[in-house]
Each structure stands twice: as structure tokens, then as C-alpha cells.
Ligand binder design. Structure first.
Ligand code: FAD
Length: 120
């Protein structure tokens, strides 16, 4: 078995921006790539909703569809227009998946995103 610290270091050093939230999308953990991409230091986003990254360019129907999917315990993949701390917008390709507890209920969400602005 791998030592637990290796799981942490692997996520921490991933080039993909990774965050772990509670069941309402309040951020409990963000890795180094998340800080780099968003421009926020970790202590600025902990306890905040992921909507801190939202720009007003993403239609609400997309968010509704996102929540409908993840609340059904499915993985949602899609592209959102995000905003960095400095106000710059970027296209974020996201994967959001539920993390279930031992009773099979949604306990957390895992969010992974990368900047695909240049690919569009
Ligand atoms: P709101 O008015 O709060 O929400 C818009 C619509 O979304 C609502 O009408 C409702 O249908 C739905 N909704 C919002 N919150 C909930 C909820 N708790 N339960 C059910 N339905 C809800 N958003 C981004 O813009 N960029 C990101 O990178 C991003 N990453 C995320 C990562 C994770 C792991 C999770 C779980 C969510 C992420 N979100 C992200 C979604 C984010 O949490 C917000 O829902 C979204 O930004 C809209 O927020 P708002 O305040 O603009 O709109």
C-alpha cells in the first residue's frame, strides 16, 4: 500500500487544478495548481464557494445542469468561463465528481480544471 502522504503529495503537485469541497461546493482544499490558475492564495478561497471563480459569462442553465448531474451522483464534464482574482477571464474545462460516504451519500465533491483558453 502507498503511504497516505504520497496521495496528498500527488494531488498537491498535480498540474491540474484540484479542489475538494463539501456537499455545497464550499472549498475545503485547493492544490498548488489551483492557486496558480485562479490567482488566489489558498487561505483566500478556503471556506468560500467555488462560485468565487464564476464570471457572469456562464449562463445559469449550465450551472443548473451541472448541479442536477452531480446531485444524481454522476460526473459532470463541461466548460465554464472562470475569472481569476485579477479579473481576467479564462475558459475552464472542468470535471466535477461526487465523493460518497460509507452510506453512499454525497459527502464531498472533487473538482478538477484546466485552462483551455488557448485551445479555443
Ligand atoms: P447561483 O445563483 O448560486 O447558482 C446558479 C444555479 O446553480 C442555481 O439556480 C441552481 O440551479 C444551481 N445551484 C447552485 N448552488 C446549488 C446547490 N448548492 N445545490 C443545487 N443547485 C445549486 N463554478 C464556476 O463558475 N467555476 C468553477 O470552476 C466551479 N467549480 C466547481 C467545483 C466544484 C467541485 C463544485 C461542486 C462546483 C463548482 N462550481 C464552479 C459551481 C459553483 O459552486 C456555483 O454553483 C456556480 O459558480 C454558480 O454560482 P452563482 O453564485 O453564480 O449562481
Amino acid at each position: 500500500p502507498l503511504p497516505p502522504s504520497l496521495y496528498f503529495e500527488t494531488v498537491e503537485q498535480s498540474p491540474v487544478a484540484i479542489s475538494i469541497t463539501d456537499a455545497k461546493a464550499s472549498i475545503l482544499y485547493a492544490n498548488a495548481a489551483f492557486e496558480h490558475l485562479s490567482g488566489y492564495r489558498r487561505d483566500e478561497v478556503l471556506g468560500k464557494n467555488e462560485s468565487i471563480l464564476s464570471s457572469n459569462a456562464t449562463p445559469e442553465s449550465i450551472y443548473r445542469q451541472l448541479w442536477r448531474t452531480i446531485q444524481r451522483k454522476k460526473t459532470w464534464t463541461g466548460t465554464l468561463v472562470n475569472r481569476r482574482k485579477n479579473g481576467d477571464e479564462y475558459l475552464a474545462e472542468l470535471v466535477i465528481s461526487p465523493v460518497l460516504d460509507s452510506a453512499g451519500e454525497i459527502a464531498h465533491f472533487l473538482g478538477m480544471h484546466r485552462d483551455v483558453t488557448r485551445e479555443h
